[in-house]
Design a protein around this ligand. Structure first.
Ligand code: FES
Length: 166
């Protein structure tokens, strides 16, 4: 009987890189986007492989990726939180929500809590402006939020379980 060899992260990365045969910085963003879409984040190994492939320094790749807040360097948490930074949410206090979330979770946008339970991301308008300010947790929208609502809201997700229950 034939056994299937598992496809590793390296295989998947190699496949993406071979689709971009030319070295140079101009293909960096599309490669970063594809790798993140596939793996959910940019691992250290992936950044190093991309740098080698494009003949760029690792710090150059990190520098470019860090400039765009669409890229993350840690896997997403069990509960991924998106804070909308669109205009409607901004004028209704989304910066206060972000600040409170960062303090409650002790992470910055783009990071994941040590226990793997929560990750935080700032996103452009998520298409629910009538609910502003709005955040999305694991695909669920929370509307007209105030910063003081956040501790109880986070606790309700903690009660729903960690990564092993997901
Ligand atoms: S601005 Fe936040 S949902 Fe549109």
């Amino acid at each position: 009987m034939k056994t299937k060899t598992p496809v590793t992260a390296e295989d998947r990365l190699g496949k993406i890189l071979t689709a971009y045969p030319y070295s140079g910085a101009e293909t960096l963003i599309p490669i970063l986007q594809e790798v993140q879409e596939l793996e959910g984040y940019l691992s250290r190994e992936a950044v190093m492989a991309i740098a080698r492939h494009l003949k760029l320094s690792t710090s150059k790749v990190y520098g470019v990726a860090s400039f765009y807040n669409q890229f993350r360097f840690q896997p997403q948490g069990r509960w991924h939180i998106q804070v909308c930074r669109g205009t409607a949410c901004h004028v209704r206090g989304s910066a206060l929500l972000l600040g409170r979330l960062e303090r409650e979770l002790k992470i910055k946008a783009g990071q994941t809590t040590r226990d793997g339970l929560f990750s935080l991301e700032v996103v452009a308008c998520i298409g629910a402006c009538g609910l502003a300010p709005v955040i999305n947790i694991g695909g669920e929208y929370h509307a007209h939020l105030r910063a003081d609502d956040l501790p109880a809201l986070l606790e309700s997700y903690r009660q729903r379980g960690g990564p092993e229950n997901g």
